[in-house]
Design a protein around this ligand. Structure first.
Ligand SMILES: [Zn+2]
Ligand SMILES: [Zn+2]
Length: 254
């Protein structure tokens, strides 16, 4: 049986809590049957872990977000390392200079420390990079292991080629469905089939035809269908390929 997988979602956020079961049943109706839930702190991690008891198809990733770098302590990092075996990946981690580029060094230090944790435990990493292409690339090249997923990829076609050369995976969000998203569409068209993933990153970046409304994990289907169109493929065939990629990246131990 094949189905869509949301490789990156924040369904542990407050806004989903009241109707959590309902959001998952809408996902099921849309044939979205596996979700990688991203946790940015201990509270989100514990909440998601508890949900996983009830819904074993939820995967958990956990990492401290670059914009929180100021507040992350050594104890927080020790905590992450103590639970790392329960995760499918460390992330999302990385650099974000969009709102505040004054604390670049703090962000870089946190990023490197978490890459080292992932490496010590042979875990894949999920990378968030915004307005920080060069620094992200330089740090990854020096510190990352083999399994790297560039989430919600929005950088240039040239950067994508650089990452592909390193063997990294590229994930596309609802942005690719936007009319004016020329570069993401080009990237989705060009990315090798065995190196791509899709995601919602919900609650953000709602794909067409729901753009403007709150995003939810069920909508990853629209990302997949749009990319199938761009790549001139049967959606079913793309779905199967994406499942294979997801399993190779997150399930298989090297
Ligand atoms: Zn992100
Ligand atoms: Zn995210």
């Amino acid at each position: 049986m094949s189905y869509w997988i949301d490789s990156h979602c924040h369904i542990n956020e407050e806004r989903y809590k009241k109707d959590f079961d309902n959001f998952l049943s809408i996902a099921k109706q849309n044939n979205v049957l596996r979700n990688n839930v991203i946790c940015l702190n201990k509270e989100e991690y514990l909440y998601t872990l508890q949900k996983q008891q009830q819904y074993p198809f939820l995967d958990i990733s956990f990492g401290y977000f670059p914009e929180d770098a100021d507040h992350v302590t050594d104890e927080d990092l020790q905590y992450l390392e103590s639970v790392v075996d329960s995760l499918v990946a460390v992330g999302e981690i990385g650099l974000d200079y969009h709102w505040d580029d004054t604390k670049k060094d703090v962000q870089k230090q946190l990023f490197i420390k978490q890459l080292e944790i992932a490496k010590r435990h042979n875990k894949p990493v999920i990378i968030h990079s915004r307005d920080a292409a060069k620094d992200t690339y330089d740090i990854l090249k020096e510190y990352a292991g083999d399994k790297v997923l560039m989430h919600c990829f929005s950088e240039s076609n040239e950067m994508m080629k650089q990452y592909l050369k390193l063997g990294y995976y590229i994930s596309f969000s609802g942005v690719v469905t936007f009319n004016n998203a020329t570069e993401p569409k080009k990237n989705a068209k060009e990315v090798p089939l065995d190196k791509m993933m899709i995601e919602t990153d919900c609650p953000y970046l709602t794909p067409v035809p729901f753009r403007g409304q709150m995003n939810q994990t069920a909508y990853v289907r629209y990302v997949g269908e749009h990319i199938a169109q761009l790549k001139d493929m049967d959606p079913q065939q793309l779905m199967e390929q994406l499942m294979e990629n997801y399993r190779r990246f997150f399930d298989e131990k090297d």
